[in-house]
Design a protein around this ligand. Structure first.
Ligand code: AGP
Length: 341
């Protein structure tokens, strides 16, 4: 897991370089299609990438985006009108049974289908109209890290093909932001000692980083066996905040930008409750009233924070697993490919 976390800057730069021309071709194709709906379909970490894609694509293309419920296709066999829809499947392995069935059904129902996968010879790659390859190198760890950030990168490329706000030049800066985030590893190693006996926590974010709350929670559950609940900062105030008492751990993603003021108000409330607060942020953000912060060096525009912001979370999970004496590469009861219907 740690090796794959460290591979990310090179993997992202390689994937961007390899998919640049393809992105421009896809942009010309999209200009002729007039898509009125985008649907994302995925499981696990790939579904967390899809959740990010929902925010990114709605914010930057103006096209409504929905997250598919695979059972609508695989168990209920519903007939949907998907003419003028772009259906995007995301799967590291490209072998998720229900994801591939949903893509096949969507194609029959009139959709144009795109697959985002790390495996060029997978079932997914052979059944979709367009393939965007993550090119992260073979994933060996059960816990996905480099393929998650690679999937997010592919979603930026799709956003640049479908809208005007995301530019390939800005996307090209992401690998260097990730390199900066990796510099936090020596600070995180001693920090995890404080959390060695943590059994439960909440991870909270809003907007573009909401998906990272899901992804960090998943990493903490599968590699550290911590019951990690994830919330939007708004939903957290509608009930779950009642869980918080003195020393209850809450991890907050606090990028600069639209969500910052609300996250800061939440941090202040949590501080009054004497929660154990850990913040992921970058240098533009003011850190009070956080008790502890993982601060990524450099200024990152909010739109491009999600990839570098998950990196301290990945390091935290991998190092916490090590501190707890758990092998994060072999979580109990899990395999790299999980087949569900
Ligand atoms: C990732 O850390 C998980 N082990 C798991 O959720 C995984 O992402 C999921 O099974 C999806 O697999 P896929 O991307 O190969 O379809």
């Amino acid at each position: 897991m740690m090796d794959e976390i460290l591979e990310q800057p090179d993997a992202l730069a390689r994937a961007l370089q390899a998919e640049r021309e393809h992105t421009r071709e896809f942009q010309r194709f999209c200009a002729r299609q007039n898509f009125t709906l985008i649907v994302l379909v995925a499981r696990g970490t790939s579904d967390n990438a899809a959740l990010f894609g929902r925010y990114l694509l709605e914010l930057t293309t103006g096209i409504p985006v929905s997250l598919a419920a695979p059972s609508v296709h695989t168990l209920y066999h519903a007939r949907l009108n998907l003419r003028r829809a772009l259906v995007i499947g995301i799967s590291q392995s490209g072998e998720g049974t229900d994801i591939n069935l949903a893509l096949q059904a969507s194609r029959r129902q009139g959709a144009c289908t795109v697959g985002i996968t790390n495996e060029p010879r997978s079932a997914m790659a052979s059944l979709v109209d367009e393939v965007f390859l993550v090119r992260a190198g073979r994933q060996r760890s059960v816990a996905a890290t480099k393929t998650y950030t690679g999937q997010l990168l592919m979603l930026y490329l799709l956003a640049s093909a479908l809208g005007r706000e995301v530019t390939l030049d800005a996307v090209a800066e992401i690998p260097s932001h990730v390199r900066q985030a990796l510099r936090l590893a020596p600070a995180i190693r001693p920090l995890v000692e404080r959390y060695r006996y943590m059994h439960e926590c909440a991870v909270v974010a809003r907007g573009l980083n909401y998906a990272n709350a899901f992804e960090l929670s998943l990493k903490l559950m599968e590699t550290c066996y911590v019951v990690a609940e994830r919330f939007s900062a708004a939903d957290f105030l509608h009930g779950p905040i009642a869980l918080v008492e003195r020393d209850f751990p809450v991890i907050l993603f606090m990028p600069p930008g639209k969500t910052f003021a609300e996250m800061k108000r939440l941090a202040a409330r949590l501080r009054k409750l004497r929660a154990e607060i850990l913040v992921v942020t970058s240098s533009e953000a003011r850190l009070r009233p956080a008790t502890r912060a993982l601060q990524i060096p450099g200024a990152i525009p909010e739109l491009y924070t999600p990839i570098p912001y998950i990196v301290p979370g990945q390091l935290f999970a991998a190092l916490l697993a090590e501190a707890k004496g758990i092998d994060p590469d072999q979580p109990r009861s899990l395999k790299i490919v999980t087949r569900t219907r």
